[in-house]
Design a protein around this ligand. Structure first.
Ligand code: SAH
Ligand code: SF4
Length: 374
């Protein structure tokens, strides 16, 4: 392994005159252990092949990780003792310790604050949506997009998550559900961060959790939510990714959108809608549009008309989310009456819409709120 090789070389250089110390150092790789959650199934097969083990053993490790949800490599069953030892010495299962867990009063939402190896924390949420257990997962620590009403945006960008850190969140939720005799079937990438700004790690994680020999989550039950990173939507289309796409709009003219979503300066609404139209037509799929309703900002009937025009002819569904107030933004959610009026206008354009409460406001379930209050 590269790690062991590097440590050997360094030990020899430092300790030429002391053979005993050299041998001790040679046994301790200085590189970090390989996080098994970072490996695709084929990368795991390659690693074990390099060590001299057949595909059969790679299959056992994979199902240990994603069928049995093993927490330690030495609990993976059926392995030869030498393989078990090598796994323990050179790899780790990158579970994320739970710093905190909060349940909403109605019991429908459980929010977890999970600790990363560098000491930062991210949020992962388990929510019951229409009776189905759904994991709401983060893709970054903080976010670079700066949407003014969003607690994660208010934190600024800290770093991308690795694919292993995204996988670990999903396993965390799946594990908790399994202890209650339930199964995780739905994932929404609506936690902290912008998934299309961390494209490769996000896709790698989704490939792992959809693998039919593991967690086997159906791609049609995975929703990727983006603020509208146009090159990312184009790439999803080119690669014909099988996930549901949700696009956060919040404004139906460039001017109004820019007030809430600074990244709208980078990609205009017409570029964004073109990319969505292309995605929808080429992949034959409906696009979901999210609209956070903020009193007096983007909730008038005129704005609903503008949205109706904008999405004309697109296979679209609008999710209306009343604002979940955050410390860093002085806005209030739209009233129920005004929401109904907004929906009526959309219906005139044949645009279906649903009102989505951001679940468990009493547990700060708005994206990034728990992490920022900590
Ligand atoms: N970055 C992606 C996904 C994470 S945010 C995106 O922006 O789409 C998921 C959704 O939550 C987005 O639609 C976002 O606009 C919305 N959201 C964020 N903060 C909110 C808040 N305080 N109240 C209501 N919705 C919020
Ligand atoms: Fe980032 Fe999404 Fe929050 Fe905007 S709403 S700051 S894109 S996480």
């Amino acid at each position: 392994m590269a790690g062991s090789f590097k440590s050997v070389t360094r030990a020899l250089l430092l300790n030429r005159d002391d053979a005993r110390v050299t041998i001790i150092l040679m046994r301790r790789p200085i590189d970090p252990l390989t996080n098994l959650y970072d490996l695709s199934r084929s990368a795991l097969h390659d690693l074990l092949a390099e060590w001299g083990y057949s595909d059969y053993y790679a299959g056992l490790v994979w199902s240990g990780l994603y069928r049995d949800l093993a927490t330690e490599t030495d609990t993976i069953t059926g392995l030869r003792p030498d393989l078990s030892r090598q796994l323990s010495a050179e790899t780790t299962i990158g579970r994320l310790p739970q710093q905190m867990s909060v349940a909403s009063a109605d019991g429908h939402t459980h929010k977890f604050l999970l600790e990363l190896a560098d000491g930062q924390a991210i949020e992962t949420v388990l929510m019951y949506f229409r009776g189905r257990a759904t994991a709401c997962v983060s893709t970054q620590v903080g976010c670079a997009m700066g949407c003014v009403f969003c607690a994660t945006g208010q934190m600024g960008f800290r770093r991308h998550l690795t694919s292993g850190e995204i996988v670990a969140q999903i396993v965390h939720v799946a594990q908790g559900l399994r202890e209650r005799g339930e199964t995780l079937r739905n994932i929404v990438l609506m936690g902290m961060g912008e998934p299309l700004h961390n494209y490769d790690a996000t896709m790698a994680a989704l490939e792992t959790v959809t693998d039919h020999r593991g967690l086997a989550i159906a791609p049609r039950f995975i929703t990727l939510s983006t603020v509208g990173v146009v090159p990312g939507i184009r790439r999803l289309t080119e690669e014909a990714r099988p996930f549901r796409l949700a696009v956060s709009l919040h404004g139906a003219t460039n001017e109004e959108r820019m007030k809430l979503v600074p990244i709208a300066r980078r990609w205009s609404l017409s570029e964004l809608i073109d990319a969505c139209r292309d995605y929808s037509e080429r992949l034959g799929r409906r696009v979901f549009f999210e609209w956070t309703l903020i009193e007096g900002q983007n909730d008038t009937p005129e704005q609903a008309h503008a949205l109706g025009h904008l999405l004309h002819g697109l296979n679209a569904h609008v999710n209306l989310i009343p604002l979940n107030p955050t410390i860093g933004y002085d806005g209030q959610p739209t009233s129920a009456v005004a929401i109904r009026a907004f929906q009526h206008v959309l219906a005139e354009y044949g645009l279906p819409s649903t009102v989505r409460q951001r679940r468990g406001i009493d547990v700060a379930a708005g994206c990034g709120q728990l992490a920022t209050t900590r």
